[in-house]
Every structure is written in C-alpha cells, then in structure tokens.
Design a protein around this ligand. Structure first.
Ligand code: PRT
Ligand code: ZN
Length: 286
C-alpha cells in the first residue's frame, strides 16, 4: 500500500484560511464536508488532520502526524523534537512584553521585580534567563491583555499584530521577544517514501512562495533605449526582448521582485519605456 504523508493543520482559526489557500495553490484541494477531522487528498499522497494549533508540534514530535503547519510562536513555546522547515509568509506577528502606558520604561532592567502574565511561560522564562532579569511569570491561558487592568499582573507578554488590542487595554509594547510567522514543521525521522512526498510538497510550496514575491513586467521600449532599460531592471536574468509590429520598438519582459517596481518605474519612464504592465505570477520554478 502506498504511504501517505499526514499533515496536521489548524482546524479553525487565524491560520486556517491561509493554510488552505497555500495547499490549494500547491494542487491539494481541501474539502471538508461535515467538518471531519481527517481528509485524504485525491490528487496527492497526503492526508490532512484538522486539529487545534497548540497540539500540532506535539503531534508531529510524537509521530501522530508527519508534518504540520503552525505559528513559530507555538513551536518555540513547546520546544518539541521537530524539524522547522519553510517559513510560509503568513500569520506574521510578534510576541511582546507590554506595560501600562503610564509606566516609565527605559530598559529591560525596569522589568526586574515585575509580575508578568502570559500564555507563553516557556519563551518568556528563557528570555528573562538569557537577559538576567528577575521577574515572576504568571501563566494564564486567555484574555491576557486584561490582567494589568484587573490587578492580576504588572504587565503582559502576548502576541501582537496591529497593536490595537494593547492600545484599547491601556498598554504599551516595550520589548519584542520573538518575531513569528507560520512555518512548515516535520518529524525528524520519516520513511524514505514519506520524505519523498514531503520533498515534493516543499518544492511546490517554495514555487508558490517565490511567485508571490515576484511580478512579471512587460513594457514597450524604443530600440535605442533597450540597453538602458536592461541596466535599470533588477531581474533575475537578462530580460526577453521581442520586436513590436511598429518598427524601432520592442517589447521587453522580465521578472522582478515585488517591491522593486516602484523603485524603478521613474527611471524606466525616463529611459523611454511606455505601456508598462505588471502582472502577478502564479508559480515560479527555477
Ligand atoms: O483554536 P486554536 O487553539 O487552534 O487557535 P488559537 O485561538 O490558539 O489561535 P489563533 O487562531 O488565534 O492564532 C493562531 C496563530 O496565528 C497564532 O499562534 C499566531 O502564530 C498567529 N497570529 C497572528 C496571531 C495573531 N496574529 C494575533 N493577532 N495570534 C493571535 N493574535 C491575537 C493576540 O493573542 C491578541 O489577543 O490577537 C490579539 C492582538 O492582535 P492586534 O492586531 O490587536 O495586535
Ligand atoms: Zn491555540
């Protein structure tokens, strides 16, 4: 019987939509009638387990799942025996220490003697130890941000993304202890067959992520300006140049990093480029 790679993903929460979209772009369609806990993919030797994000690192370490998609914050808090593979570019956030906004704060030393509430005692404890801070940690499992307001703690250590939760609870971010995003993790030892499926999955993921970071650019350029345009374009290789039906003009195509377009557009226009089109790329295999 062919083996299947068991991939654990979050059942429902902040990671689920992006994980499903990424897998779909990799050719693995997720259909989950009746919110089943398990699904076998039709086009790929993979089986999906839908679980709580906190359980994913443990399942992968224990061999219940072969691989998983989860936030780095959860992996590093649990510190299990797993391989951390690709960073997936979504669910970006930071784990930060925050204090009431009226507190004065100049440096880490100001945390000495404080009582900090968090759902991340492992990461926070290691951070305090590394920096020689003597503060106490109060572990709570949810609604961490209200702890200072109700007198349960002097400050908190929690996940922040926009920062609006901190602001609405009268808190200010004073230290970032970790920057996190979703990652692919895998068991340290897989059978050769499962490892081969994982390699294929990683290859597909990398093609999709690379494509997201690049754009395909097309423009019309007078032939005498082609060399200048080539110098300006931050492409991976020399651009493709094709003659236009209008004599003296060419169509120039290239692949550029997503953010580079706005940096080079003025120089391209100045060099004589016209009719520029910038289009997204679905997959990129190098
Ligand atoms: O039910 P299950 O246990 O599976 O899910 P969960 O409720 O534990 O996790 P979930 O779905 O909330 O988050 C999953 C992962 O998303 C986290 O482990 C992080 O890796 C990542 N992530 C990204 C975030 C945020 N952004 C985020 N903003 N996780 C939580 N938050 C919360 C934070 O705890 C705080 O309450 O949002 C609030 C802060 O947001 P801002 O925008 O106001 O700063
Ligand atoms: Zn959770």
């Amino acid at each position: 019987m062919t083996q299947r790679l068991r991939l654990a993903i979050q059942s429902s929460g902040r990671l689920s939509d992006d994980t499903t979209d990424l897998l779909k772009a990799c050719g693995i369609r997720i259909s989950r009638p009746d919110r089943k806990l398990r699904m076998v993919s039709e086009h790929f030797d993979i089986e999906i387990l839908f679980v709580r994000d906190d359980d994913i690192p443990g399942y992968v370490a224990d061999g219940v799942a072969d691989a998983g998609v989860v936030g780095q914050n959860v992996v590093l808090e649990k510190n299990p025996d797993v391989r951390q593979l690709d960073r997936l570019g979504f669910a970006a956030c930071r784990l930060s220490i925050a204090l009431p906004k009226s507190d004065t704060y100049d440096s880490l030393e100001d945390l000495n003697g404080k009582h900090i509430a968090t759902s991340y005692p492992g990461l926070l404890g290691r951070y305090f130890e590394e920096h020689g801070i003597k503060a106490s940690i109060h572990e709570i499992s949810g609604s961490v941000e209200i702890a200072p307001g109700i007198g349960l703690a002097d400050g908190i250590c929690d996940i922040v993304s926009s920062g609006s939760t901190l602001i609405s609870n009268g808190l200010k971010e004073v230290e970032v202890i970790l920057r996190s995003e979703a990652v692919l993790i895998a068991s340290p030892s897989l059978s050769a067959e499962k490892q081969a499926i994982l390699d294929t999955l990683q290859f597909r993921i990398q093609s999709v992520l690379k494509a997201k970071k690049h754009r395909y650019i097309l423009m019309n350029v007078p032939n005498e300006s082609i060399d200048r345009v080539k110098d300006i374009l931050p492409g991976m290789r020399a651009p493709t140049v094709m003659p236009l039906a209008q004599e003296g003009w060419s169509s120039v195509h290239s692949v550029i990093p997503d953010r580079a377009f706005w940096d080079v557009i003025d120089n391209l226009k100045e060099a004589g480029a016209e009719g520029m089109l910038v289009v997204p790329i679905e997959k990129m295999v190098l």
